[in-house]
Design a protein around this ligand. Sequence first.
Ligand SMILES: [Zn+2]
Length: 415
Amino acid sequence: MDSIPTRGTTTTHSASSEVTDSSAAATALYSGYKTNNGVINVLPDGRKVFTIGHAAKKAGLCVGILSTARLTDATPAGVFGHSSDRSDENLIALQLEDFGPDVAMAGGLKHFIPAGQRGSERKDDKDLVRSMKKAGYTYLTTGLDLKSVDPATTPKLLGLFALSTMAYEVDRERDPKLSSQPDLAEMTRVALSILGRNPRGFFLMVEGGRIDHACHVHDLKASIYETLAFDKAVSVGLEYQKARPDVLVLVTADHETGGMSFGRGTDDAVNVAALEPIRTSLESISRKVEKHPENLETILKDAGFKLTDGERTLLNRHAPNSKIEAIPELRDEKGAFPKFTHSWAEYALGVIEGDRANVGWRSFGHTAQPVITYAVGPGAQEFAGEYDNTDIAKKMAKLLGFTLDPPVPGERTTH
Ligand SMILES: [Zn+2]
């Protein structure tokens, strides 16, 4: 990312808060409108808005959607969906099928398979994998499948590589059960090889969806690996752009998460290298500890955590598998607990990672910190300077020669 010379600063506030969530941010980035947190492409007055994704389809461009989160999560859903509740992912899966992207790859299988099937979260017997296959999609479930895709004979591609979110990069590489999942760079490469065949062009959204998750739980190591994996996907885009100079590559974020600060207190010596020995995500450690707290030592050793006496004292303050809500000291001034942290071990090891690297965290949620937007290709200059996230949709539309459809009154969704 940092090799890209043209960059701007982007404000991210939503209609309901200084601090956005991913659904309000996605609405802004693709439609150009501010809405309330928790809502996808529906305005506070109930009207539905239309996106670059809808306009691209209408103009005969191909559309691709990639994420390491669920395909029905807020950022992918923002390209095509309408929902006043981002958590209604079963509805969003139906909307994805209706929208019909040319390429869609992510996690989130549980919203595409009928109730009763192992792992399903659907409340009905709709089998979206089956109906999308019937509609001409090549369906993939592993990285190996992905490697064998021939773009010349694969006009439509659906890849669902996990029931929920895909694995953290730091876990994927080591865990044989997870290493069958592809990395985001490989997904990007294959998506471009298919979408790039359309002479009218394409719109591809690629989300490094778990950087945010790692930052919510203050897992510095996982957040760095997620960011590097995303950066690798960016470099696939930049390589592609070199060969196809008519393509515009934009890199941005929907928001900052965690209030991460490199440097804290009075000490300015950041030491990320101190995290080198750590080999798994805190989420994975937490899962294991919750199941088998008696195996704590083996789990820590396997994860590469060799604790100092001070670190040991911190971890021993509570049982490692204690639920966060059982630990009064983690309650904030408003009485709330960190929402995404599962256990005391996960919390304490996050503190330990931060201490080792001298990296601070100020929030368990998102922050209002502006983000950086990078641009390469025709019109890149439009993205220099300071602007709002809603301007990104407007600038994209202008450069593509699109007029986004005006908002329409909300109708009750029938699904
Ligand atoms: Zn988040």
